[in-house]
Design a protein around this ligand. Structure first.
Ligand SMILES: Nc1ncnc2c1ncn2[C@@H]1O[C@H](COP(=O)(O)OP(=O)(O)OP(=O)(O)O)[C@@H](O)[C@H]1O
Length: 213
């Protein structure tokens, strides 16, 4: 479970949000919606440790995280809007890089785990391709596979449908629902309300700071 209390963030002297409170329960899909520029991506970056907040508290699975420092934590697996795949590596290379380098997992073991995840996501036949050889929807699933390979507590997506057509968006809906069945906790930042309604247990309206089911 993730719990955020009284989180405040400003850039220079401009306050983005003040004393924000939010909880994500184990195994749930929580969408975060709100108008452009309100601070959704900033919140995701703080949760993932990619950016520091001014003040506030955060606990993930009982672990207190210092939110005021930029300190990337492996508890959150982020799927970026533009996927951020490494163009010079194959799909398998993209997925196994962090487990090998950060977690010192043997290549054979990392490869077999990556193949299992690719199989679960229905793209096992893409293992030896490079990112430029994939469609947007396939890149998205590789980005999800790469995040899952690090066994995060929470998967956090930044606008997962913004670069996708309707068909690929439908596939993302299926992947998120499938991961939910496996009790993966997921946080989804999106502009797309119909999409949010399809996938979410709860929706956090960033502007009104209220949660609806
Ligand atoms: N590195 C930065 N330096 C200064 N201001 C920033 C920085 N990053 C974001 N901002 C500002 O903080 C505010 C929140 O930005 P953020 O990207 O978090 O919003 P958002 O809700 O994710 O928007 P969008 O839906 O358009 O992606 C905006 O006003 C933005 O201009």
């Amino acid at each position: 479970m993730l719990k955020i209390e009284n989180l405040t963030k400003s850039y220079e002297n401009k306050v983005v949000f003040k004393e924000l409170n939010l909880e994500i329960n184990d195994g749930e899909v929580l969408s975060i919606v709100g108008p452009s520029g309100i601070g959704k991506t900033t919140l995701l970056k703080i949760i993932a440790g990619l950016c520091g907040a001014d003040s506030g508290k955060m606990v993930i699975d009982g672990q207190k995280i210092n939110v005021t420092e930029k300190n990337q934590n492996a508890l959150i697996g982020v799927i970026f809007q533009d996927f951020n795949l490494f163009p010079q590596y194959t799909v398998l290379g993209n997925i196994t890089l962090a487990p090998r380098i950060v977690k010192n997992i043997e290549t054979d073991q990392a490869n077999s785990k990556a193949k299992k995840i690719l199989d679960e996501l229905g793209i096992e036949d893409k293992a030896d391709l490079y990112p430029y050889q994939l469609s947007g929807g396939q890149k998205q699933r590789v980005a999800i596979a790469r995040a899952l390979a690090m066994e995060p507590k929470i998967l956090a997506y930044d606008e997962p449908t913004s670069a996708l057509d309707e068909f690929s968006t439908g596939q993302v809906v299926e992947v998120i629902k499938e991961l939910k069945k496996r009790e993966v906790t997921q946080m989804v930042i999106t502009h797309d309300m119909p999409f949010a309604k399809k996938i979410s247990d709860r929706i956090f309206d960033f502007k009104k700071e209220i949660v609806t089911k």
